[in-house]
Write a protein that binds this ligand. Structure first.
Ligand SMILES: Nc1ncnc2c1ncn2[C@@H]1O[C@H](COP(=O)(O)OP(=O)(O)OP(=O)(O)O)[C@@H](O)[C@H]1O
Ligand SMILES: [Zn+2]
Length: 766
């Protein structure tokens, strides 16, 4: 991509110049095309084509019109000027993309091995591209010379009335507005036009009146007062360390390592207050599931103008928020992964809460990690970024060890509250007696639940598996029932009367015969949240139980509803998948039960231990957050696994000291970089043949320091009828991998319909 590095920078050499002028435009497309294409700007469009705009241009031999992004304006074309084609149309005014976003997306393209156009397309929400919630309308304009001497004209009364209306209007009126306000037809408007007293322009207008970004429907709550609380001494110390960066204009990355309930959110709020007081804006990224009313309320209480970007927004709402942010009307943007691209023009701070969460990684092209993009954006815009977590990702921890990030610590909970006591229950000793059905809750767990409930406490139970039975097995021939389209075992969902594939959502009638040997003794086994719920209801018939998983949380308001009922103590036992493990702050929860800590421990992934540690430590942190102490019980078949025993001791440092040497031994991140290449296609032999030959190309070009593993079948070998094989590239640092990808990918050329996906710093290895 040599042209990307040339001649596009302004005099300071920092960001792209969006002011450039010239007769040619460099355009990129949302396609895997590693090139900037030159187009001529025809006379009629001179001066109106700008960097950062979308344009329609002809592409290819067929001159198919296609939308592209203008990345620069240039004095000469990269191709023979005789052959250069014309820009057909300009789609946006003003441009959607500013210089920072151009630079950031160019970096993403290089780092994540996608095209610049693909990166740009990910930055602009679909609602903005479609200009949702707006329409093209004919607007009526009164020229100044008419406005100033309008009394000198003698006009029929209707026309005079309309002219007066237009002169006095605040903002621009459309033909429809005038007809409505003056209760007239279009005839007098047409007459005024013919007289040359008004003229018309076509403009894009909002459909709805602009609504203020604050949302009065967020219910009042006595917990989180508007006045900032007095910071604890640890919180003030952290803020003191942040202060110079919050007041200055320099890039800095902070890791805020604070145990659960230590008041990290309070630190974010105070830090944001300081940058907002300087007239700057902040972006706060949270995992989608943390966008709870509780979180949103905490931000809205402290700041007047907060935009919340969550996945339930309509295209029109998203567009409206985007425009409001771009025009400087918003102080704080709170959102999930893609909010890192919010078009804040006076950005002063970025916060990533729960920075270890894997949902910050996008699993489709461009496969970016929002945390790493945030650090890059902060570097480009010269501002501080705070990464907060009780259980930081080992990559982040290592960056702090290496001095790249500044580590700040909140070691204690607020108000001297103790960390909850955690007991591990060895389930190997809790086997049900012969003839009894398997159950999810052992005797110790049941007794602890009864005690907590008797004592007026609330209970949270975590089981990270949804469904009723988690597998269907034929005891005769040993086959496990799988999805017809995927290499994935089916889960039995009793309420939905279905055997469900959790990968492609295909539903099958629950079988009563084995499809391979036809015997009718199929064994339905394993315990999911649906079955746990039934067991809990039976065991505690006098208490209210609610289940929270993606089956029960399908409707948009369901999550908020259950949390509100739990907060109001109308629900006594809340059980669910990892959805309930994060961010919740309920003072009356005195018991957290981990029903099966081992669900992610044995996955074929080098991060399995880290994920297990994080999940157990996070859910354990949901208790003991009020006046009363909390208690945690962890059921496991692997009580000696370090991930579980360190989590039980709230010992992040101990876990890190145990896990890092393991990673180092195998050159896994953070001691090396990984790129995963996944090929998929409908015919297995073709996929294998392609990846074998591409592996040969890679081996031929690779630096000796690059290790190539595979090709091998991916752990999930088939998804939606497509066979999946993968290759891993590993190296101590990123540059040799990037160089290899740059050299090899243009040679890949997978035969149709095989697709090749490139995943840099993969988070999922399935
Ligand atoms: N200085 C303070 N004084 C009193 N209460 C505080 C203070 N700071 C925070 N709190 C309260 O303590 C509780 C925990 O704080 P917060 O939710 O910010 O912690 P956290 O570190 O983000 O927790 P987690 O990582 O477990 O989600 C909240 O109810 C919050 O309102
Ligand atoms: Zn499937």
């Amino acid at each position: 991509m040599s042209r990307l590095d040339a001649g596009s920078r302004d005099d300071q050499g920092a960001l792209f110049s969006v002011e450039a002028e010239g007769p040619f435009a460099g355009v990129v497309f949302n396609r895997p095309l590693d090139q900037v294409f030159s187009y001529a700007i025809p006379k009629r469009l001179r001066g109106s084509v700008k960097v950062g705009q979308r344009v329609r241009v002809p592409l290819g031999r067929a001159n198919q019109p296609i939308t592209g992004y203008v990345v620069w304006i240039e004095p000469s074309a990269a191709v023979d000027p005789g052959k250069v084609k014309d820009v057909l149309e300009v789609l946006d005014d003003p441009p959607l993309i500013d210089g920072v976003m151009l630079e950031l997306t160019r970096w993403m393209a290089g780092y994540y091995a996608c095209s610049w156009g693909q990166a740009l397309d990910a930055v602009v929400p679909a609602g903005v591209k479609k200009q949702a919630g707006t329409r093209i309308a004919t607007c009526l304009i009164v020229p100044d010379e008419v406005r100033l001497c309008r009394d000198t004209w003698t006009l029929p009364s209707r026309q005079a009335e309309i002219l007066e209306l237009l002169c006095k209007a605040v903002g621009t009126l459309t033909v429809t507005d005038v007809c409505r306000l003056a209760k007239c037809t279009t005839a007098p408007i047409a007459s005024l036009r013919r007289r040359g007293l008004i003229h018309t322009v076509r403009r894009r207008m909002s459909r709805a009146p602009v609504v203020k970004p604050s949302d009065p429907t967020v219910p009042e709550d006595d917990h989180d007062g508007k006045a900032p609380v007095a910071l604890t001494s640890e919180q003030s110390d952290v803020l003191d360390r942040l202060a110079p960066s919050l007041a200055g204009d320099a890039f800095a990355t902070f890791l805020l390592h604070g145990v659960t309930g230590s008041g990290k959110t309070e630190v974010y709020l105070s830090a944001i207050e300081r940058v907002v007081a300087r007239g700057k804006e902040a972006i706060v990224l949270v995992p989608e599931i943390s966008l709870t009313p509780q979180t949103i309320r905490r931000f809205r209480r402290r700041f007047d103008r907060v935009a919340v970007l969550h996945s339930h927004l309509s295209d029109a709402e998203r567009h409206r928020h985007w425009r409001a942010i771009a025009s400087g009307e918003v102080q704080v943007v709170v959102g999930a992964r893609s909010a890192i691209f919010a078009p804040a023009r006076k950005l002063g701070l970025i916060v990533i809460d729960e920075e270890h969460e894997s949902t910050f990684k996008q699993e489709t092209t461009p496969r970016y990690h929002a945390r790493d993009v945030a650090v890059k954006r902060a570097q480009l815009e010269k501002l501080p970024v705070i990464l907060g977590s009780a259980t930081p990702a080992l990559e982040t921890w290592a960056n702090a060890d290496r001095g790249r990030y500044t580590r700040l610590t909140l070691g204690r909970r607020v108000a001297e509250r103790p960390m909850p006591r955690v007991d591990i229950i060895d389930m190997r000793r809790e086997k049900p007696s012969k003839g009894q059905p398997a159950h999810a809750l052992g005797g110790l767990m049941r007794r602890a639940m009864a005690e907590a409930l008797d004592d007026n406490g609330q209970v949270i139970l975590l089981l990270n598996r949804r469904g009723f039975h988690t597998f269907i097995l034929c005891p005769k021939c040993g086959c496990v029932l799988k999805c017809g389209a995927c290499d994935v075992a089916l889960t039995h969902h009793k309420e939905r009367h279905t055997a469900l594939c959790h990968t492609c959502d295909a539903e099958y009638p629950p079988p009563d015969r084995c499809p391979s040997c036809s015997c009718n003794t199929l064994h339905y086994g394993g315990i999911g949240t649906e079955r746990l719920e039934r067991e809990v209801r039976e065991a505690f018939p006098n208490h209210v139980v609610r289940r929270m998983d993606s089956d029960t949380m399908r409707s948009p308001g369901a999550y908020e509803q259950v949390l509100a009922a739990f907060r109001a103590r109308q629900v006594h036992i809340l059980l669910g998948t990892q959805m309930i493990a994060k961010g919740l702050d309920f003072p009356d929860v005195t018991l957290v039960g981990v029903v099966n800590a081992d669900t992610s421990l044995h996955l074929p992934d080098f991060r399995a231990a880290e994920r297990t540690f994080q999940l157990v430590a996070q859910v354990a942190g949901r208790t003991g957050r009020g006046e009363r102490p909390g208690r945690v019980l962890v059921q496991t078949y692997a009580p000696d696994a370090p991930a579980i025993s360190y989590a039980a001791r709230h010992d992040y440092l101990g876990f890190v000291a145990q896990e890092l040497p393991e990673r180092k031994k195998h050159h896994y991140p953070p001691f090396g970089r990984v790129v995963r290449l996944i090929a998929r296609g409908p015919i297995e032999a073709d996929v294998v043949a392609f990846l074998d030959s591409f592996a040969g190309v890679l081996r031929g070009l690779a630096d000796p320091g690059v290790l190539l593993l595979g090709p091998a079948p991916a752990p999930v070998m088939k998804i939606k009828h497509l066979f999946r094989y993968h290759l891993q590239l590993r190296a101590p640092t990123a540059p040799p991998l990037q160089a290899l990808l740059r050299a090899a990918l243009p040679l890949a050329d997978p035969p149709h319909p095989i697709e090749l996906a490139v995943d840099v710093d993969p988070v999922s290895l399935l």
